[in-house]
Ligand binder design. Structure first.
Ligand code: ATP
Ligand code: PMV
Length: 460
């Protein structure tokens, strides 16, 4: 191990276009990294001489009861490193954090396959930028004017925190994995700015994230946490079927082959094209968080079931949407290159996508852009300086994303338009939309990066 402490951060995400399509390798998604990051600080734990501990402490000090202690051991038969959560007191309930636990086991296992014989104890601190969660004070204020406290104390346990949907688990697993690799392998050996190591990190974080969430999604969130904003084509899901769980026979070897792509069957086919998307000068992205009384679980399942049932109609729609999404990406790149400020085509490209998304909603009977969100987007699109907006990702009642002219007066006008806004929808026909407020985030092109540990001293 080189150096006694390291810090890494990774960005949150928004899938501006390509929701549902991106689940299929035939299609792509336009994903933007956001300037809300999750930061991981890892520090060697001092031990008194002669005492050999195998313990890693993880804490997330912005939340109550967010303290986890893990024992770890190298398992025989190539099983990798198994981690076990330790009880801190006989009376404490063992609250598990599957994302932390899995990321730790996968990352330590990979470290052990690189010839590291001794894994020394450490303390790991997780710090989330404030926009990942709605805060009590933000229930009366929007979060655009950034809070003066860099890392707020949310004062609730994690399971009670109100997430804003920026992809906290993907940013966490990515930054956590990267921090463990950098700490135990050394910054020179595991150089986060090299393409080779980024690819290893991407593969390892995708495997850990899918294992922790118990399903293989498209992975656009982990990809943007590693690479930042990009055009994304997913990996073949079969890649993640054979590695098994930490502790199982040959897990370490299988994981190493998968992550380092040493065999034909472990070659990843993910495509990340950073040059295919851009945010032109004078434009920025804005996220509005929608408070909603009810959510619609299983939207992806329902959309995919409809697609299977009506393949012909669905393929036509998927094709049209892919074309519309590519046209949006091309227009953004064109505007960025030409530096022209005419946004007429950009407006039309956004409206094309929305029209097709509404068709998807109607055909599949899934509220992807439900009438209340249509009203919200139409209303906001009329604000001077707003170019247009969409329901990002899976859509629903969660959030909307806008592209706007990057001027303070446009933000002010949006703020005024949102004040007291309510959809004009018949009672009972839709879940009730509560307050809508701007988050303080915008797009960011950069993915995972090393940070200076000294910048976090106030919060460790
Ligand atoms: N600051 C944090 N500290 C510790 N664990 C965290 C933190 N942020 C996220 N997590 C872990 O990630 C889980 C949330 O992941 P989940 O996939 O439900 O949300 P998300 O990634 O924010 O969702 P979305 O994809 O809708 O944006 C938490 O339950 C916890 O296990
Ligand atoms: C529906 C889907 O395509 C996008 C979900 O995006 P989000 O979690 O709503 O940001 C699922 C996926 O890509 O894994």
């Amino acid at each position: 191990m080189t150096g006694s402490r390291n810090t890494v951060s990774a960005p949150g995400k928004v899938l501006l276009a390509g929701g549902y399509l991106v689940l299929d390798r035939e299609y792509t998604g336009l994903v933007f990294g956001l300037d809300a990051r999750i930061h991981i600080h890892i520090q060697s734990l001092p031990t008194s001489s002669g005492v050999e501990l195998s313990e890693i402490i993880v804490k997330s000090p912005q939340f109550k009861e967010a303290h986890w202690e893990y024992g770890y051991r190298l398992v025989e038969n190539g099983g990798g490193i198994e981690v076990t959560q330790l009880s801190t007191s006989a009376y404490d309930k063992l609250h598990r954090n599957p994302f932390v636990e899995t990321a730790l086991a996968f990352a330590l296992t990979y470290v052990s396959t690189r010839g590291t014989k001794i894994i020394k104890p450490a303390t790991i601190t997780i710090l989330s930028d404030n926009d990942y969660y709605s805060t009590p004070e933000s229930s009366t204020e929007d979060q655009v004017s950034k809070s003066t406290t860099r890392f707020l104390n949310f004062n609730v346990p994690l399971w009670e925190a109100h997430k804003t949907g920026l992809g906290s688990s993907a940013a966490l697993v990515t930054s956590f994995t990267a921090a463990v690799l950098v700490h135990y392998l050394g910054e020179e050996v595991f150089n986060l700015s090299s393409d080779k190591e980024k690819r290893i990190l991407h593969n390892l974080a995708q495997a850990a994230h899918c294992s922790a969430q118990g399903k293989v999604g498209s992975g656009f969130d982990v990809a943007s946490a590693v690479y930042g904003s990009c055009l994304y084509r997913r990996f073949s899901p079969e890649l993640l079927q054979a590695h098994g769980d930490p502790g199982s026979l040959e897990f370490g070897n299988k994981l190493q082959k998968l992550v380092e792509e040493t065999e034909l069957s472990t070659q990843w086919d993910t495509e990340i094209i950073k040059s295919a998307i851009s945010v032109p000068p004078g434009i920025r992205l804005v996220m509005c968080d929608v408070d909603c009384g009810s959510q619609t679980p299983g939207m992806a399942k329902k959309v995919l079931a409809w697609r299977k049932e009506r393949p012909q109609v669905a393929e036509q729609l998927w094709g049209n949407l892919q074309e519309a999404n590519e046209a949006l990406a091309a227009e953004l790149v064109k505007l960025a290159k030409s530096r022209l400020m005419n946004h007429t085509n950009l407006k039309s490209r956004i409206l094309d996508i929305r029209q097709l998304i509404r068709q998807m909603s109607k055909f599949s009977d899934v509220p992807i852009e439900p009438p209340a969100q249509t009203q919200l987007l139409d209303n906001l699109s009329r604000v001077d300086g707003v170019i247009g907006g969409v329901v990002p990702g899976a859509g629903g009642y969660d959030a909307v994303t806008l592209l706007i002219e990057d001027r303070p007066e446009v933000l002010e006008k949006i703020r005024v338009a949102l004040k007291g806004w309510k959809p004009d929808i018949q009672e009972g026909s839709e879940p009730s939309i509560g307050r809508v407020r701007m988050l303080g985030v915008r797009e960011e092109m950069e993915g995972v990066r090393l940070e200076d540990p000294a910048n976090y001293d106030n919060w460790i």
